[in-house]
Design a protein around this ligand. Structure first.
Ligand code: SAH
Length: 256
């Protein structure tokens, strides 16, 4: 009887706790292979808030890929958020990061990452580094991430933050991401976190065979459709992941 009560108790605990690290498993225990940095080593007073966000806004909203859930449990969103918004770092909505830009909503980060269906050996391109948060999430799952940012100050900030956290598999590039990154192509996955009004042809052509592109497309200031585009040889299939709202993809490379 006592054994059964114990088993029921453990099952209830597992159901209540979304982040397995809260059960004292190491990141390597959770994922099997240690692919990239086993989670940044930071002072983390936000673990409980992050766990609550993952439970209420990631798994409860339908994210099922365990590797993605584990990464959302590990990556410290609060270090990518400006000080004045620290108290909202684990709220499930976007936040301003300066220069009229935003760090994406955590659920959207998880949903787009899940849609890319990543493998540990993948090379990924992100357009729109912003704070660097999405790049950190990707870098925990794959071999190499290239992330392009058009605003120089944000590119520098993201680069500094990601280096400080110990990510050595992310390269931040200050450029117009519309053109992708020809000299590092092809990419197993491309994720665009700013919205153009059409799919940039260079991004499609830089997708590897079997690769996936996730991109919001729509008018400036309005809602966009989030598209998943998959390449099979010279054929591209497109499916909708729903309505989203991103900042626009701009075309003028701004320096300071
Ligand atoms: N992925 C980011 C969210 C960034 S918001 C994060 O996790 O924080 C979108 C970003 O795309 C902004 O920083 C904006 O400056 C950038 N951006 C807009 N147009 C761009 C372009 N043509 N090339 C590269 N970055 C662009």
């Amino acid at each position: 009887m006592r054994v059964i009560t114990g088993i029921v108790g453990i099952a209830a605990l597992v159901l209540l706790i979304a982040c397995r690290s809260q059960l004292s498993l190491s990141p390597t225990d959770q994922t099997g292979d240690a692919v990239s940095p086993a989670g940044p080593d930071v002072d983390d007073p936000y673990a409980a808030e992050r766990e609550k966000l993952v439970r209420e806004g990631i798994t409860a909203w339908g994210i099922e890929d365990q590797a993605v859930i584990d990464v959302m449990c590990r990556v410290p969103r609060h270090v990518f958020v400006p000080d004045e918004y620290l108290n909202q770092a684990y709220a499930n909505h976007p936040l301003p990061i300066g220069y009229g830009q935003t760090i994406s909503q955590p659920y959207i980060v998880a949903m787009m990452t899940e849609a890319l269906d990543l493998e540990p050996d993948d090379v990924v391109l992100e357009v729109g580094a912003g704070s660097g948060y999405q790049a950190a999430v990707l870098a925990e799952l794959v071999r190499q991430v290239y992330t392009i940012e058009i605003i120089e100050a944000l590119a520098e900030q993201a680069e500094q933050q990601l280096t400080a956290l110990g990510y050595d598999n992310i390269e931040v590039i200050h450029a117009d991401g519309y053109y992708g990154l020809e000299d590092r192509a092809p990419f197993d996955a491309i994720i665009v976190t700013a919205a153009p009004d059409h799919v940039p042809p260079p991004l499609q052509s830089q997708l590897a065979d079997g690769g996936k592109l996730v991109i919001p497309v729509g008018p400036v200031g309005g809602y966009q459709e989030l598209w998943l585009i998959e390449r099979h040889g010279d054929t591209f299939t497109t499916s909708s992941l729903g309505g989203v709202r991103f900042v626009p993809l701009t075309r003028d490379v701004r320096g300071e």
